[in-house]
Design a protein around this ligand. Structure first.
Ligand SMILES: [Zn+2]
Length: 84
């Protein structure tokens, strides 16, 4: 998986959602007070989520990134197989 900013390949910092299990401090009703500790990452960054470039603000669908990677991989396979 590689995120590619649609505006510049030099943009390498993105924000996206990860699902993290945390140990929380709560009040007597179970309301959130503070994060004590992040225990584990349940799901890392998902290519199906929107990724936002932190350098220019562009939103980047991971399906496009995967499509590019798959195209590159298939081209390399065909090159290795002597198709060109
Ligand atoms: Zn960008």
């Amino acid at each position: 998986m590689k995120a590619i900013c649609p505006n510049s390949p030099n943009h390498k910092r993105f924000s996206t959602v990860a699902h993290v299990m945390e140990d929380w401090e709560v009040d007597e009703n179970g309301n959130f007070v503070a994060v004590i500790e992040s225990l584990q990452t349940d799901h890392g960054p998902d290519p199906g989520n929107v990724w936002t470039c932190l350098e220019c603000g562009a939103e980047n669908e991971a399906d496009v990134k995967f499509a590019k990677e798959q195209l590159l991989e298939s081209l390399i396979e065909r090159l290795d197989a002597g198709d060109f």
